[in-house]
Design a protein around this ligand. Structure first.
Ligand code: PLP
Length: 374
């Protein structure tokens, strides 16, 4: 099997699986006052420390959630509830994941003004376009770090520092799901008040994520109950999943740069192959190497995806989250004309150049075979 759909989800690594198992054996409730509770609490706090350290944050700034969708919703609706009495404008990029884009849509329906900043004609985002949109009515700006369909890296630090210079009361949120553990992500450099993270994109299990909330930023919680996670996210902590998330971060954190280089070589290999065969590369040269969007004109994505699946090669057509729906993100990046022919190839460091050669050969075979039946 060749798995090139790592932006959709990743295989759970051995270290994370072991930690999940230990977390299940350590079955106490972290809130219990006896030793079993304390053991469970130690697992949770250990993972919190590991994730905080990886981000250059304080452990008290990390809140565990069920995934990045919950983290982003908490950031967006929490900001709204904290500020909507005085301000009603939100700024996002036009290429956000639905976890942000659809939350913003709900705010729009509730009467907020939502400004969606698009790339310019050259397909690139410019920080000044976001900064210029900020006015005295703005309470939140939410910009993703790496786009999940093309790998495009948005100039988040530049945007957030410019926004804060203009008005330091505007809250800044970054969806770092496709950047965390792949590119260096440090809270100080990013200048974000809030950061959303997901476990299953970095070889931890599904159903676990985190929200970084900068000290001094106070949001109302969305869940009311037993007051876990310092009262911010009620509900008994999923000790096994949290332990798995921590173990994956502990494993990956020291190798961010080395893996970036390795995956960069994989991306270059794929891009070269595409160019040799006249296939289109939608992703820009300076995009994250972990996501490569390509288009083979004449071969519809879904047809090619299932052809490759029969050869045990797993890829995605656009983004897994936009299943069945035409991607608006590719159109934003100026790739509307090829969106029906687009495949997303997304790597992890375990992929090899040989696997890319197999992919290229099979796409060539598909071109030949499917052309015959057309
Ligand atoms: N943000 C981005 C950029 C993503 O790629 C995804 C997952 O596809 C999410 C958010 C949602 O993450 P989760 O599945 O943890 O809710």
């Amino acid at each position: 099997m060749i798995y090139f759909d790592n932006a959709a989800t990743t295989a759970v690594c051995e270290e994370a699986a072991d930690a999940v198992n230990k977390g299940m054996q350590c079955f106490g409730n972290p809130s219990s006052l006896h030793r079993l509770g304390l053991d469970a609490e130690l697992m949770v706090s250990g993972a919190r420390e590991t994730i905080a350290q990886a981000l250059g944050a304080d452990p008290s700034e990390i809140y565990f959630t069920s995934g990045a969708t919950e983290s982003s919703n908490t950031a967006i609706f929490g900001s709204f509830r904290a500020h909507s009495k005085r301000k009603n404008k939100v700024i996002i990029s036009a290429v956000e994941h639905p976890a942000t884009a659809n939350a913003a849509l709900v705010l729009e329906e509730a009467g907020c003004e939502v400004v969606r900043i698009s790339p310019r004609e050259d397909g690139r985002f410019y920080a000044e376009d976001f900064i210029n949109a900020v006015d005295e009515n703005t309470f939140l700006i939410s910009v993703m770090m790496v786009n999940n369909e093309t790998g495009y890296v948005l100039p988040v630090s530049e945007i957030f520092s410019g926004v804060k210079k203009k008005d330091r009361t505007v809250l800044t949120h970054c969806d770092c799901v496709q950047g965390f553990m792949k590119l260096p992500v440090k809270v100080k450099k990013l200048g974000a008040d809030m950061i959303s993270l997901s476990g299953h994109k970095i070889h931890a299990p599904k159903g676990i994520g985190a929200l970084y909330l900068k000290k001094g930023v106070h949001l109302p919680s969305l869940l009311y109950g037993g007051g876990q996670e310092s009262g911010f996210r009620s509900g008994t902590e999923s000790v096994p999943l949290i332990a798995g998330f921590g173990a994956a971060v502990e494993k990956l954190s020291p190798t961010v740069n080395a893996r970036y280089k390795k995956v960069g070589a994989l991306r270059d290999h794929l891009v070269l192959g595409c160019k040799e065969h006249g296939w289109i590369v939608n992703s820009q040269e300076d995009a994250s190497p972990y996501v490569v969007s390509i288009a083979i004109k004449g071969l519809r994505s879904e047809v090619l995806l299932h052809y490759l699946e029969k050869k045990q090669i797993y890829v995605s057509s656009g983004s897994a989250c936009s299943k069945g729906k035409k991607s608006t993100v590719l159109a934003q990046f100026g790739c509307a004309s090829v969106s029906d022919f687009t495949l997303r190839i997304s790597f992890c460091a375990d992929n090899t150049p040989g696997e890319i050669d197999t992919l290229i050969n099979e796409i060539k075979n598909a071109e030949n075979e499917l052309a015959k039946v057309r």
